[in-house]
Design a protein. Structure first.
Length: 451
């Protein structure tokens, strides 16, 4: 049985009665066996702006199967453009052998598309996980086409969206095969910062409110967004810590939040009233009142000064969990940029002889999976948490942890311009010191709730 795809809120889409809207609807289906125990047990769907190296707008993993937290295919996800309808959208669907998702290098099968919005139109982008593409490795800006041949991802099919679940898709001549599963899928009309993948039970075509449940189990509002200069980190779950560096590794779930794309700069800090943001340390290696260093990160600020600035901005310092998730995402990468050893991706003490911080955002190749700069190197960054040894495990998760209620030292993260040890710039590495510390290699960035 075919059913109409429902929109978020109070509008039900049916054939011939959709309201004009600038939107893309990504639809993921598979001709590879999927579900619990099958070759493909989950789908990781990622959306970026402009290409595989563009700013991350959303990343979601959906466990496949029936019952409980598992969902059925096709997976139908709505993507709105926000204020920008001209920048291409890069969409990647990974079929994973693990119910908890995967990376492009560990995926069973992958499909990609680079497409543009069409003003005033809702269009569907079919992404078929084709059997001919199993084991095929294409470039980040390529898709797997007919017969398993790699081709430019810009050749992906885009077709008018009629609001109907039409069964398995045929993508660029590749026959989806199989039969109509008759599932009912909601197409949330969310913006690209808060993409969701809600699959309806079939009891009703109408979504009762604009609040949705993401694949990670968190409520997110279709209207949530972030201020200029920050980026949305969508709610999700990840394994925090690293064996041998920050033990024990434990499962953490976080709600969506906004985080500064850049470390707070001298110019940023100067904009804060002096009665709120008191004077940082000055002298050799410090940036305050140094000509030409206005766009360097502020340093020489203690924990209280850093938090005072963030609260003046309407936010706070990130928790350790928020900081680490923003730095490494969901794929357990060692560094914000991936697994490659640190070199030219960051501002740090190699090559030898560096004597100061660097201009913020000077190392885009070192950006985190969410497009956040300088999460390794430049300055260590204060977090909100007191220091304490980790507890917990990967078998039982903790939600939105805030660290211990009391302590004598605070945690900072990320390494700095003066460090030369690669271990110190690992995304999971923790360092702690007195909250009164003011050092030339310590600064901060802020977070705030989504609007």
């Amino acid at each position: 049985m075919r059913r109409a795809v429902a929109a978020v809120g109070w509008v039900v889409l049916a054939a011939g009665c959709e309201q004009p809207r600038t939107e893309l609807v990504a639809r993921v289906d598979s001709e590879v066996g999927w579900g619990a125990g099958a070759a493909v047990q989950s789908v990781t769907l990622t959306v970026r702006r402009n290409g595989p190296a563009g700013a991350l707008r959303s990343a979601r993993t959906t466990a496949l199967g029936t019952g409980g937290d598992r969902r059925s295919l096709p997976l139908v996800v709505g993507i709105l453009p926000g204020d920008d309808t001209d920048t291409p959208v890069w969409i990647e669907a990974l079929g994973c052998s693990d119910p908890n998702g995967c990376t492009p290098t560990s995926a069973v099968v992958a499909q990609r598309a680079v497409v543009r919005f069409t003003r005033g139109r809702t269009e569907e982008v079919p992404l078929l996980l084709a059997s001919a593409c199993v084991g095929v490795t294409c470039g980040g800006d390529e898709r797997c086409g007919e017969g398993g041949r790699c081709e430019p991802a810009t050749r992906a099919t885009v077709r008018p969206f009629d609001g109907i679940d039409a069964g398995p898709v045929a993508d660029t001549g590749m026959d989806a095969g199989g039969t109509d599963r008759g599932t009912v899928a909601d197409a949330p009309m969310t913006d690209m910062d808060s993409m969701t993948d809600r699959i309806d039970s079939g009891a009703s075509d109408r979504v009762p409110s604009a609040e949705l449940t993401t694949s990670d189990g968190f409520a997110t509002d279709a209207s949530e967004s972030c201020p200029v200069g920050t980026v949305m980190v969508p709610g999700g779950a990840f394994d925090m810590g690293q064996s041998g560096i920050a033990d024990p590794v434990h499962r953490v779930q976080l709600s969506s939040y906004c985080v500064d794309i850049s470390e707070v700069t001298v110019a940023d800090y100067q904009a804060c009233p002096a009665v709120t943001c008191t004077t940082p340390a000055v002298g050799e290696y410090y940036n305050w009142n140094v000509a030409g260093h206005e766009n360097h990160p502020i340093n020489g600020v203690d924990w209280s000064q850093s938090q005072a600035y963030c609260r003046w901005r309407g936010g706070d310092l990130p928790t350790e969990a928020q900081w680490e998730y923003a730095a490494r995402g969901v794929d357990d990468r060692l560094y914000p940029w991936g697994g490659d050893s640190p070199g030219a991706q960051l501002c740090w003490g190699t090559p030898a002889g560096r004597r100061s911080t660097c201009v913020a955002r000077s190392f885009p190749s070192g950006n985190s999976p969410f497009g956040i700069s300088d999460m390794a190197g430049n300055v260590w960054e204060w977090t909100r948490d007191y220091f304490a040894p980790y507890t917990g495990s990967t078998s039982a998760s903790v939600t939105n942890p805030t660290g211990p209620p009391i302590g004598t030292s605070r945690v900072f993260r990320g390494g700095s311009w003066s460090n030369t040890d690669p271990a110190l710039v690992l995304a999971a590495y923790r360092y702690e010191n007195s909250p009164t510390l003011r050092a030339s290699n310590v600064g901060f960035r802020c977070v705030r709730p989504a609007l």
